[in-house]
Design a protein around this ligand. Structure first.
Ligand SMILES: *Cc1c(COP(=O)(O)O)cnc(C)c1O
Length: 477
């Protein structure tokens, strides 16, 4: 019967060949495609329909997904998707991601894939070296920075409950006071989400800011810690709206002085460590107790891919291990079961794309990419400062450029609406993608340049499309 995969064995290689044959034209077109092509938007309807009874067979199903997908996808892995912080996929990482699917390793236990376990161990070691973290740190690959924040903060919770004499992994939170958590105004919603999942509550975070951008009030934090008891600090290495960094060295000093746990959310910003030009922004991160980062942002590994590191390698087993199940092997430092070191159990071999990209481009290649993105952001900053109708709103640190359209003669009171409309017009237009935020009370555009494919022409196009669409809004109002 056609619907039985057992009868489709011969189709397996042919189906993969179809994907490979589609890849060439797709990747050739990617630099020129609009980010989203409205003329193909209706194709998503073709995904819908009743659950097939007999099925169309391998070739027809894969062909249809390719037909729909290559047209209706958001071409966010191309060079002109500047919304949020969305990385591309380097050629080596993308190909290795296919290898990951080809080999389909059950990655969690050493026993099910010594290959994937060893790749993870090697990749974590390479990443620590690349990012300037101590080799003695423990680590685990995660699906995302949200999961990595969850991982780091779960270790923090375990440590904190231990200070109160409770093994929270076994006994839970009952009877414990609220966990004191402090951060700056830069704290990312995913850290709050992690705290929410951990039963600590997302509102437990006290954001101590000394200005409306959200910069950390170090003195206030020092005062709070003097009376808080054991506490957790969240340092933010890269804030998504303006691109600023918390002073990690000062946070580490405070954590040391008051015996607090320092967790650093370095989702994208941790990779500033790769270049001497930007490494100062993350100085002190090597002193943190736990560190979270994404690979699918600035490292340009395909979705999904993140990582968590902890100073005390036993902290991961403490928070996530201890299954005590007859059919699982005991923890072992050589033959690592990564399912005892993070929130997942069965998992994808996420190490392969990381391994391939680090092997392919090395320290120098990743440094070149980091520096190019900063150069492109600074170039965009110059375009903005040269343009009488654009206004730069925040200093450029790495690759986020926070600015707004401000044509002469438009009163301040109308600028927020104008920029909001402009953000919508950019998305509708589709040539370049950028979104709006509110920065220091002002509606702003905040493109993030974080894709290895992006060139000077792409960045110049962003500036000119913003001015073109802005001008059009003015004349139609
Ligand atoms: C993107 C981001 C996150 C969350 O990362 P995901 O990969 O989306 O889970 C956390 N913190 C910061 C600063 C981020 O930029």
């Amino acid at each position: 019967m056609m619907g039985d995969p057992l009868n489709a064995r011969e189709d397996a290689a042919e189906a993969l060949g179809m994907v490979a044959r589609a890849a060439g034209p797709y990747l050739d077109a990617l630099p020129h495609l609009p980010v989203r092509d409205a003329t193909h938007a209706h194709l998503v309807d073709d995904l819908d329909g009743p659950l097939p009874d007999t099925g169309d067979g391998t070739i027809a199903a894969v062909a249809d997904l390719l037909r729909i997908g290559t047209r209706a996808a958001t071409h966010s892995s191309g060079p002109r998707f500047f919304h949020f912080v969305v990385g591309g996929a380097t050629p080596a990482a993308q190909a290795a991601d296919w290898v990951t699917s080809l080999l389909d390793q059950a990655t969690g236990l050493w026993l099910t894939s010594p290959l994937a376990a060893r790749a993870e161990t090697v990749v974590l070691r390479w990443l620590k070296e690349l990012l300037g973290l101590p080799a003695s740190h423990g680590g685990v690959l995660t699906p995302s920075a949200t999961a990595a924040n969850l991982t780091g903060l779960a270790c923090a919770r375990h440590w904190w409950a231990g200070r109160h004499g409770v093994d929270v992994a076994a006994a839970g939170l009952a009877g414990l006071p609220p966990m004191p958590v402090f951060s700056s105004g830069y704290v990312h919603p995913s850290s709050r989400k992690a705290l929410q999942l951990l039963g600590l509550g997302r509102d437990v975070v006290r954001a101590l800011s000394r200005d409306d951008a959200g910069r950390l009030d170090v003195d206030a934090l020092d005062r709070e810690l003097a009376s808080s008891g054991p506490a957790v600090l969240i340092g933010n290495a890269g804030e998504v709206n303006g691109g600023d960094f918390d002073p990690l060295d000062e946070l580490a000093d405070l954590a040391e002085r008051h015996g607090a746990w320092l967790h650093v959310d370095g989702a994208f910003g941790l990779f500033a460590a790769v270049s001497p030009r930007t490494a100062g922004l993350v100085r002190g991160v090597e002193r943190a107790d736990s560190v979270a980062a994404d690979a699918h942002k600035w490292l340009n590994v395909p979705y999904d891919s993140g990582m968590a590191f902890v100073r005390d390698p036993a902290a991961l087993e403490g928070a996530f291990g201890g299954w005590h199940t007859a059919y699982l092997p005991d923890p072992d430092d050589e033959l690592v079961n990564y399912n005892t070191r993070g929130p997942e159990s069965s998992r994808r071999a996420r190490a392969f794309p990381l391994w391939a990209t680090l092997r392919a481009y090395g320290r120098a290649g990743h440094r070149a990419m980091v520096e190019r993105h900063q150069d492109l952001a600074l170039r965009l900053g110059r375009r903005i400062e040269e343009s009488p109708d654009l206004e730069l709103l925040a200093p450029i640190t790495v690759f986020i450029v926070c600015f707004r359209y401000r044509p002469p003669g438009v009163p301040e009171s109308e600028l927020d609406d104008l920029n909001r409309e402009l953000g919508e017009a950019l998305i509708d237009d589709g040539r370049v993608y950028a979104g709006t935020t509110v920065y220091r009370g002002k509606v702003a555009l905040r493109p993030a340049i974080v894709n290895w494919r992006t060139t000077e022409e792409d960045v110049d196009l962003l500036a000119s499309v913003v001015r073109e669409l802005g001008g059009r809004l003015l004349t139609t109002d």
